[in-house]
Design a protein around this ligand. Sequence first.
Ligand code: SF4
Length: 266
Amino acid sequence: MPHPFPDQPINWRRQVLGHLDSLSAAGVTWLPNAPPLSLPPTLTEAPAAAAPPPPVTPAAAAGAEPAPASPLEQRRQALQMLAAEVKGCMKCPELASTRTQTVFADGPPGVELCFIGEAPGADEDAQGLPFVGAAGQLLNKIIAACGMKREEVYICNILKCRPPGNRTPLPIEASNCRGFLERQLELVQPKFICALGGSAAANLLQTTTPIGKLRGRFHDWRGIPVMVTYHPAYLLPHRSPEKKKDVWEDMKILLARMGRPVPART
Ligand code: SF4
């Protein structure tokens, strides 16, 4: 018999009991052994427990998915993690045991120009930032003369630890630290690099050519143009201040390649 109300659930138990009552009233005292009934799952199985609703975050409540970090922000965070890794580095036993702290870099990723020096000096070792001593003050003036601000460039060194007495980095030390520098540059992705001094140029470009023959023209590091010039420390009054004009010539070539105006020198 068709269900009289097809859009409502069937009460199978009540129907069976009602049928047995009517049979009993009619004098039926037994029934044949029938094959097992195939009942709807709703009568044989407990309903599955409903999954708990997901927690409601403020962003979800506002109807918005949390925004993923931008590629630049991801690179900034990766640089922070790399700096933390450098902080615990003990690859160069002498440097690791004599440093006050590691000196990773100054500046944000994604800038146009990256300056690379040799290694931290006493002031840098004390402050944890590159180029903050007398040579750093001169570098600041060079950057300003180029029409830029220090915050607009990235500054780092070949070595992240100060060699005792400011001695030249040993080849093994430069080799130990090279992986950090390469990862750093891959994350910063500067469009131009300026290597400051013969040691920085030799280590970055893996060359033994003296700086006098490297400076004033472009080299290449993984597709990035590299200008080589003298280290600011070399330009200090007690060393070779007359070389400042050579540095300015190198900077003018760099600025022209960057498509920037060359400010008149005061
Ligand atoms: S100079 Fe570089 S490789 Fe050597 S101990 Fe310092 S961070 Fe490590």
